[in-house]
Design a protein around this ligand. Sequence first.
Ligand SMILES: [Zn+2]
Ligand SMILES: [Zn+2]
Length: 312
Amino acid sequence: MLSIPGRMMNSGVPGKGGVPSDTGGWVDLHLHSCCSDGSDRPAEVVRRAAALGMSGLALTDHDSVQGLDEAAGAARQYGLGFLNGVEISAGCGGIEVHVTGLGVRPENGLFQETVSGLAGGRSRRFLDMARRLQDAGYPVLEHAEAAVRDGRPCGRMNLAARLKEMGVTRTVQEGFDRFLKPGGAGYVPKPLIPVEDAIKAVHAAEGLAFVAHPALSKSLLRLLPELLKRPFDGIEAYHMSHSPAQVGELLDLVRARGLYVAGGSDCHGTIKGQAPEMGRVRVPLAVIRPLLERLGVNGQWIIDNGQRRRDA
Ligand SMILES: [Zn+2]
Ligand SMILES: [Zn+2]
């Protein structure tokens, strides 16, 4: 368990340099909403974050920035710090690599092009998977087409949830494991862009690019030295899948390389039918101070509508 106990503080109090000076607060800079494959509206994600007493958060939906305005508005309402975020699906050496962008200005042209290209690929893949399931005798295509039409989440989770609703599986996870992983009847590989392009898009949008959850798998961890030859700004040292020892090692690596630290729970709400994981990974506010300073944000560190607000 990576939970690091800390005093519950309201973030809005600017300290030295405008960045909240309290060292006991904590944040979660890796969260998903229903704008990608989470269960909850962005505002509900923020409400839960506020109820847990965190100081601030970032919404990092997969290849989508649709939820940022709603989340930023809710964060302002609850007095929480908020950073625009995104988690871009990229590839390197045949391995899927997620690139978390924090503090992005989503109106940037190259960034928009990259994210909307991935989102288009995401819905094409979703429909391909639905067609495969349909051909295998599980009629989900109509449901999938309606989801794309209505702008609802178009990921494997959606199809797994549908299979459960149809009584094909007992749990969402079972649908995922049986049908939607490599080798499964509905599986179609994810469209990925080169990791360099993902970093470039984040930088074009004036954000910082992080290697997401590098210890999620052995193959990803082995790839980390190679990844760090790219112009990443930092590493997500904190994540649900990281052991305390791995967090420590990643923090050492960050320090040795002069990089920034980020991370969070990667909570997707109740999408898999389990209790939300938010709150189980608590990134100390103190460790993200350099990141906030680099982004030039202070006070409630809200970045939205392309404007870095000096204070909220
Ligand atoms: Zn990820
Ligand atoms: Zn994630």
